[in-house]
Design a protein around this ligand. Structure first.
Ligand code: UD1
Length: 323
C-alpha cells in the first residue's frame, strides 16, 4: 500500500502515520503546510512534503507520486471559531477538499479516507448516535465536514473514487509507547486544557456548566484514544483496497465520561491539585454525546482497545508532564 497523509503532521495524522508504518511493506508520505502541525511530529520512515492544499501546483506534484490511498486530515476544527470566521473554514475545509479530490481523480488515486466528525450530527435526537442519526450540524465546522462527505458521494458516483468517511467522536490520549510527543498549540479541548493546568501552564480549568441533566451535572463525551482512531484508518484503507465500496462510520468508544471524571482522574494521575472553577455553559455544547460503533465493528472489524479513562489520561500526562 502507498498512503499519503494530507495534514499528517498534526496530532491525529502523526499517530495515524505510526499505525501505517507498523504495517509491513507500506509506503507512508506526509503532506502538510505546518500551520498547526509540526515537522517534529513526522515519524522516521515517512516521506515528508511541505505544501498547501490550496496551492494546486504543489498538491498535484505530490499526488502524482504513485499513491493508491489518500488520508485527508487537513482541516481546521475549532467549532467556535468557525462561527466567527466561516470563510476561513469554507476556503480551507471545503475548497481544499475539492482540490484534493480533483487531484485524486486526475492522478488515478482511487481510495480516499476522510477525517470526519461527530459534529455532522448536531444536537443528539437519541443516544447512542448511530450512522443513521439525522445530520444537522450546529456549527459551521460540522457543516464543512458534512459538505465534504456530500462531494465524496458525487466523486464516488462520477469518478469511481471510493471513500471511507470516519466520523470521530472526541479524540484523546497519546501513543502508549511514547513515540509521539507533539503538543497542540492553543488547545481549546478539555483534556489538553486540563493537562496544561496540571503542568502549571494555565492557572485553572473552567468547567463549562455543572447543571446539565447528567449524573454529576457536567458535560459527557465519548473519548476515543487516538491510537484506536489510527488503527481504524489502517483498517479502512485495507477495506477500500479489498472492497469496491465506500463507507461512512462512527468511531467512538460507546461510553461516556464527564468533565469531572476527566478532571479527577487527571488529578490522581498527575498528583497535582489542578484548580478548577465552575463557569457558564459554552454555547452549542450538548449535554451528552455517545457513539454507537457497532457498524465499524461489523464492517471493519474495529474495536477500541486503548480508550479507557486510565490509558487516555496516563498517556497524555506522560507527554504533558515535561511541559
Ligand atoms: C469540540 C467541538 C467538536 C469538534 C471537537 C474536536 C464544539 C461544540 N464541539 O467537541 O465539533 O469536532 O471539539 O476538536 O466546540 N469543557 C470544559 N472546559 C474546557 C473545555 C471543555 O468544561 O475548557 C467541556 C465541554 O463543555 C464539553 C467537554 O468538556 O462538555 C468536551 O469539550 P471539548 O474537548 O471542547 O470537545 P467537544 O466540545 O465535545
Amino acid at each position: 500500500m502507498q498512503v499519503l497523509l494530507i495534514g499528517g503532521a498534526g496530532y491525529i495524522g502523526a499517530h495515524t502515520a505510526l499505525a501505517f508504518l507498523d504495517l509491513p511493506g507500506t509506503r507512508v508520505g506526509i503532506f502538510d503546510n505546518f500551520s498547526t502541525g509540526s515537522p517534529d511530529n513526522i515519524p522516521e520512515g515517512c516521506e515528508a512534503f511541505e505544501g498547501d492544499i490550496l496551492n494546486e501546483k504543489s498538491l498535484h506534484e505530490v499526488l502524482s507520486m504513485g499513491w493508491d490511498t489518500v488520508v485527508h486530515l487537513a482541516a481546521f476544527k475549532a467549532a467556535g471559531e468557525s462561527m466567527e470566521s466561516p470563510e476561513k473554514y469554507s476556503i480551507n475545509n471545503i475548497n481544499g477538499s475539492i482540490n484534493i479530490l480533483t487531484g485524486c481523480s486526475k492522478h488515478c488515486i482511487r481510495n480516499f479516507i476522510l477525517s470526519s466528525s461527530a459534529a455532522v450530527y448536531g444536537e443528539p435526537q437519541y443516544l447512542p448516535i448511530d450512522e443513521n442519526h439525522p445530520t444537522m450540524p450546529e456549527n459551521y465546522y460540522g457543516y464543512t465536514k458534512l459538505s465534504i462527505e456530500g462531494h465524496l458521494k458525487w466523486y464516488d458516483m462520477l469518478k469511481g473514487i471510493r471513500y471511507a468517511s470516519l466520523r470521530y467522536f472526541n479524540a484523546a490520549g497519546y501513543d502508549v509507547q511514547g513515540r509521539m510527543r507533539g503538543l497542540e498549540r492553543n488547545p481549546a479541548n478539555l483534556i489538553p486544557v486540563v493537562m496544561e493546568a496540571a503542568a502549571g501552564k494555565r492557572s485553572e480549568l473552567s468547567v463549562f456548566g455543572d447543571d446539565y441533566p447528567t449524573p454529576d451535572g457536567t458535560g459527557v463525551r465519548d473519548y476515543i484514544h487516538v491510537t484506536d482512531l489510527a488503527d481504524a484508518h489502517v483498517k479502512a484503507a485495507q477495506y477500500l483496497a479489498k472492497e469496491d465500496k465506500s463507507l461512512t462510520v462512527n468511531l467512538g468508544s460507546e461510553s461516556g465520561l464527564s468533565v469531572l471524571e476527566i478532571l479527577n482522574k487527571a488529578r490522581e494521575v498527575s498528583r497535582k491539585e489542578i484548580p478548577a472553577r465552575i463557569a457558564p455553559r459554552r454555547n452549542g455544547d450538548p449535554a451528552k454525546l455517545i457513539a454507537s460503533s457497532g457498524y465499524a465493528k461489523q464492517v471493519l472489524g474495529w474495536q477500541a482497545a486503548f480508550s479507557d479513562l486510565d490509558t487516555i489520561i496516563a498517556s497524555t500526562w506522560n507527554v504533558y508532564k515535561d511541559l
